[in-house]
Design a protein around this ligand. Structure first.
Ligand code: OOG
Ligand code: NI
Length: 429
């Protein structure tokens, strides 16, 4: 649906597929890591999307809708610090076998009307939002059914998908008149984008590329208007976390309510490409965040020389997460029962495969939001993050992404320990 709605997205997919094929051919060590961690197949379907909802009720229902598809809210992202009046989570699969099949994620923002200063405007926005219904009644029925029965039949599932599409579709007809649109827009372009339309249209879908610098220059050659800089860490031998770039939002015709002269335009939808690197531990993430701050005073490349760029060092210093597995090539004898994890890796009993980062980065997300909002300026928000309000709206807590990587690593260590019959030896250290 999105490819039909935004043809440039199709061009982006083709460009990414070409680059991925080249990189896999030219970089055997990357190919080996991808193959051994079952990521070669998922690469062809791997995307993330983004939507923005307006009310707590919309958020809790969208959570149930994603729940039917095996996607759970992971992480809390506060964008108010970047002057964007939303907070967000990512709905995504969490089990390893689900991630291997298709790691589809949806960055889902909830509008924070509490950040709109003008009380009358805030109330008007709330009133408009209270009247819209973003889910079809059949979709709601099927969500109930899936929850009661723990799933859907094939036929129901197909029905569910076509009903769910209605929620994410683009509508050219605004639900408000142009004056209301402009008033909301002057508060913040995002307020208008969320409030003035029938539903939370997908605003981008993002394929995963294996070399984002190549993708960035290819966008320039194809005359796609790419964002000037790539968000996230600089180019490295060992990719970490996430690097992202986007092409600028399209100006689209919109038909407003009421009278003549009601045609206008809105910039809502854009394209994005990302390169996923490895998941960092709390320690690694703290180092990343502090270097990103340092980079504000120098350059990204310079600041990041302090971040080890070698997989073995990242592992030994506890900066990144890994999945351990028994090295099948090493069969003879058995390891010393009191061997440490490092010794088992060094002596070739175990292999350590870096875990891919499956989540998002708030500073990068802010950069992506901003590159697509135009150059209008607006007031700075003084309010802080409000995770409690977000989770109350969602209906439950979000999962902690670091805890998920930690659990995946620990489970792999435990499995190795069991299979190598290492008794109670301490492998966690
Ligand atoms: C979401 C922007 C954030 C990302 O990849 O960090 C995002 C939005 O514009 O709604 O998608
Ligand atoms: Ni995105």
């Amino acid at each position: 649906m999105y490819r039909q709605e935004v043809p440039q997205y199709g061009a982006l997919l083709d460009l990414v597929a070409d680059i991925n094929m080249e990189v896999i051919q030219q970089n055997p060590s990357l190919e080996a890591i991808l193959r051994d961690s079952n990521q070669l197949d998922r690469l062809n379907v791997e995307r993330h999307g983004a939507i923005r909802v307006g009310t707590p009720k919309e958020l809790s229902t969208i959570a149930r809708m994603f729940g039917v598809m095996g996607m759970t809210a992971v992480g809390y992202y506060d964008l108010s610090v970047a002057n964007v009046p939303v907070h967000a989570t990512a709905f995504r699969p969490v089990k390893e076998e689900s991630l291997n099949r298709n790691p589809f994620r949806v960055f889902t923002s909830l509008l924070r009307l509490d950040l709109v200063e003008d009380v009358a405007l805030r109330e008007r926005a709330a009133e408009i939002l209270s009247k819209r219904r973003i889910f079809t009644s059949r979709a709601l029925e099927l969500i109930d059914l899936a929850e009661q029965r723990g799933g859907l039949t094939q036929e129901e599932a197909e029905d569910f998908v076509s009903e769910a599409l209605e929620t994410f579709r683009w509508h050219r007809e605004s639900t408000v008149d142009i004056q209301t649109y402009q008033a909301l827009r002057s508060s913040h372009p995002l307020v208008a984008d969320v409030v003035c339309f029938k539903g939370p249209h997908i605003n981008h879908l993002t394929p995963r590329v294996l070399d984002i610098d190549r993708a960035q220059s290819a966008m320039h050659t194809h005359e796609i208007r790419a964002k000037a800089t790539i968000e996230g860490p600089p180019r490295r031998n060992v990719p970490i976390l996430l690097r992202q770039t986007s092409f600028l939002a399209l100006e689209e015709p919109v038909y407003f309510r009421g009278g003549e002269g009601a045609a206008g335009s809105h910039t809502a939808r854009f394209g994005e490409i990302e390169q996923r690197g490895y998941a960092l531990t709390m320690k690694g993430r703290a180092l990343y965040d502090s270097l990103l701050q340092d980079a504000a005073g120098s350059s990204l490349d310079e600041a990041f020389t302090a971040f080890p760029d070698d997989l073995a060092i990242l592992r030994k210093e506890g900066l990144a997460f890994f999945r351990y597995e028994i090295n099948l090539e090493r069969q003879a004898g058995s390891p010393k029962p009191d061997a440490t994890l490092d010794q088992l890796v060094d002596s070739g009993w175990l292999r350590a495969l870096p875990l891919t980062y499956e989540d998002f980065l708030p500073v990068s997300a802010a950069g992506i939001f901003h590159s697509n909002l135009g150059s209008e300026t607006h007031a700075e928000y003084s309010e802080a993050a409000d995770r409690a309000a977000f989770e109350a709206a969602l209906g439950h807590q979000v999962l902690d992404e670091i805890a998920l990587y930690e659990a995946a690593q620990a489970a792999s260590v435990e499995e190795c320990r069991r299979r190598l019959k290492l008794g109670n030896c301490e492998l966690g250290s």
